[in-house]
Design a protein around this ligand. Structure first.
Ligand code: NAD
Length: 438
């Protein structure tokens, strides 16, 4: 059991903190956001993540998990410090490392004895060395420390199981002492033989970007194929099902949609291109994936306009799904944002419903009429657009939805609904890449 501080109590910090406490460690999650910390101390999780409430409550009850805004004090008492602060997109796609730098400074100022400093935030290659220099500068040789790159691969919506039963754990370090300590931190995962990739810091940092960019490329590729299927009478679902039967391809991330969003893929692809450019390397494939994703978002609005026979002005539209994907309330970079902007420009009256993300989207689009059910959202509308792959939407009663709408017009931007059923009920509809079954 190790004493740990997690700096940054967001999606990654809170899930990792609670998960490491569940592994038997004594964890303090710290943050500069006082309101957030006091909310969590009151048992309120500031975002929706399945299973996280229970994981946090269980570990708080055992006394292994606590929260604080006194970062320095917590660092002093810890053997390992994890940096899990945000690394948003800065100028020209570059990752903004100011929060990482702040964290490094506090660690340096409070380095009382040997500590391992592990970075969970997604940071450009070379940041490990940058953190080392900041800590060195601020600790003035008071104590020794080692740096680890320990990128996090959890997915929002499945974060708890991804953390507790990961596909792999990546540990980048140049220190045997640090490796021995981190092995103790992750002891249950070593015992159950979770694949561990132990490598140098630069390689670990590269793995995270390489993985996210690859997934973004895969999504953009399938979206472009779907657009081709739209125009050539093919069905993207049958195409991808057949592709996935080739073991080299795999069926995951072969679902077309309105473009990727979220807090990671958009910023991480751009940050990777930026850092490659700085080293004189051209990542043409990743750049193309970024462009294709931008195009996909505009294709959603184009297809909706076409479906509405170029007569969208002042219409009432239901938007079903606001989160960037299902099982989260996160709307960061959601492909719904450009859609809502477009509908506002057209003077449309928007009725929106998301099982979890209404509140977050209302901060960005206060003028939208937020509803508490599918039925409420579709009442009297001229068209509906399905934007997030919530199960609830898959199972919606299309006959009832059709009855409630002013016009039976629907754009299924996630291909959740059966074209046969939509046809049977008399919908005029669009989907992504399924022209053969429309
Ligand atoms: N969200 C994901 O699915 C995911 C998955 C893997 C990796 N990541 C990476 O993990 C990092 C964190 O992402 P997130 O989604 O948890 O972000 P988040 O925005 O949910 O949380 C970041 C937290 O850091 C805190 N913070 C900022 N500066 C701080 C400082 N100087 N000291 C202490 N706390 C500070 C903020 O108050 C906030 O609570 C990012 O680098 C991200 O790219 C995210």
């Amino acid at each position: 059991m190790k004493k740990i501080t997690i700096i940054g109590t967001g999606y990654v910090g809170l899930v990792s903190g609670a998960g490491l406490a569940d592994f038997g460690n004594e964890v303090v999650c710290v943050d500069i956001n006082k309101e957030k910390v006091s909310q969590i101390e009151d048992g309120i999780i500031p975002f929706y993540e399945p299973g996280l409430n229970e994981l946090v409550a269980r570990n708080v009850e055992t006394g292994r998990l606590s929260f604080s805004t006194n970062i320095g004090e917590s660092v002093q008492e810890s053997e390992a410090v994890f940096i899990a602060v945000w690394t948003p997109m800065g100028n020209d796609g570059e990752a903004d490392l100011s929060a990482v730098e702040d964290a490094g400074r506090v660690i340096g100022q409070n380095l009382t004895d040997y500590k391992v400093v592990a970075t969970k935030s997604t940071v450009p290659i070379g940041t490990g060395e940058f953190i080392r220099s900041i800590i060195r500068e601020n600790s003035k040789g008071r104590a020794e420390f080692d740096i680890i790159s320990n990128p996090e691969f959890l997915r929002e919506g499945a974060a708890v199981s991804d953390f507790m039963i990961p596909n792999r754990v990546v540990i980048g370090t140049d220190s045997e002492r640090a490796l021995a300590l981190i092995k103790e931190v992750y002891r249950p995962l070593f015992i159950n033989e979770t694949p561990m990739v132990i490598t140098n810091i630069q390689t670990a940092e590269t793995i995270k970007y390489a993985s996210n960019a690859f997934l973004a490329v895969k999504i953009s590729y399938v979206n472009e194929l779907a657009n081709l299927c739209d125009e050539n009478g093919a069905d993207i679902h049958t195409v991808t099902r057949a592709m996935a039967l080739d073991g080299r391809i795999s069926s995951k991330f072969l679902h077309p949609g309105p473009g990727y969003g979220g807090s990671c893929f958009p910023k991480d692809t751009k940050a990777l291109v930026h850092q490659a450019k700085e080293r004189g390397v051209n990542l043409e494939v990743v750049k193309a994936a970024i462009r294709a994703n931008e195009f996909q978002k505009s294709r959603v609005t184009e297809k909706l306009e076409r479906l509405m026979k170029n007569d969208l002005d002042n219409k009432t539209i239901a938007v079903l799904g606001l989160a960037f994907k299902a099982n989260t309330d996160d709307v960061r970079e959601s492909p719904v944002i450009p859609l809502l902007t477009f509908l506002a420009e057209k003077g449309c009256n928007v009725r929106a419903y998301d099982p979890k993300a209404n509140k977050n989207m209302a901060k960005l689009f206060p003028d939208v009429n937020y509803c508490s059910s599918i039925e409420e959202a579709v009442k009297g509308v001229d068209a509906a657009v399905v934007m997030t792959e919530w199960h609830e939407f898959r199972g919606m009663d299309l006959a009832r939805v059709g009855e409630l709408m002013n016009e039976k017009v629907l754009f299924d931007a996630r291909n959740l609904l059966s074209p046969n059923e939509l046809n049977r009920i008399g919908f005029r509809f669009e989907n992504i890449g399924r022209s053969s079954v429309r």
